[in-house]
Design a protein around this ligand. Structure first.
Ligand code: RB5
Length: 153
C-alpha cells in the first residue's frame, strides 16, 4: 500500500521503527518527517502535509505520531476529508476503518511500545471500509459538518 507517515520529536524513534517495518513488508512509504530528532520541532509541520496528501488521494492511508498522539489527531482532523483517530487497541485499529472509514491512525510515541504500535499499524492497513448503509449514513452526517459554518448557538 502507498502509506504516508509523519511525526514530531515525540514519536521520532517510533516513526523510524515503523518506516523500517513497513518497507520490510513491501509497503511504499512516503516519510513526511521529521527527518531528524529536534526537540523544538512542531507536529503540525509534519502531520498537516501528510493529512493533505491523504485527503488529496496521493497517499492511501496515513500514520501520524507525536508524543501522545493527541496533537497529531487534533491537527489531522482539521484537514477536510480526514478521519483520524488516536488508537491504542487492536480492536479499534480495525473497526475504525471498517465502520468509520478512518484514513489516518494516530499513535503516541511515548505511550505505545513498538510491538503494539506495529500491530496497530498492520491491523489498520489490513482493514477495509465495510460500505454498510448505516455507516455510510453516519459518515455522510460527519462529512456534512465540513460544509457548514460553525454555529455559536
Ligand atoms: C511534544 O513534546 C509533544 O507535546 C507532542 O509530541 C505531542 O505529544 C502533542 O500532543
Amino acid at each position: 500500500m502507498h502509506v504516508g507517515i509523519a511525526t514530531d520529536h515525540g514519536g521520532f524513534g517510533l516513526k523510524e521503527d515503523l518506516v523500517a517495518q513497513l518497507r520490510a513488508t513491501g509497503h511504499d512509504v512516503v516519510d513526511f518527517g521529521a527527518d531528524e530528532l529536534s526537540p523544538d520541532d512542531d507536529y503540525p509541520d509534519f502531520v498537516v502535509p501528510l493529512a493533505q496528501a491523504v485527503a488529496a488521494g496521493t497517499i492511501e492511508r496515513g500514520v501520524a505520531v507525536c508524543g501522545s498522539g493527541v496533537g497529531a489527531s487534533i491537527c489531522a482532523n482539521k484537514v477536510p476529508g480526514i478521519r483520524a483517530a488516536l488508537i491504542h487497541d487492536h480492536f479499534s485499529a480495525g473497526q475504525g476503518v471498517e465502520d468509520d472509514h478512518m484514513n489516518i491512525i494516530c499513535i503516541g510515541g511515548r505511550t505505545v511500545g513498538p510491538s503494539v504500535a506495529w500491530d496497530l499499524v498492520q491491523t489498520f492497513l489490513a482493514a477495509e471500509f465495510s460500505h454498510a448503509p448505516r455507516h455510510l449514513r453516519r459518515l455522510s452526517k460527519v462529512a456534512a459538518l465540513e460544509l457548514q459554518p460553525t454555529r455559536t448557538q
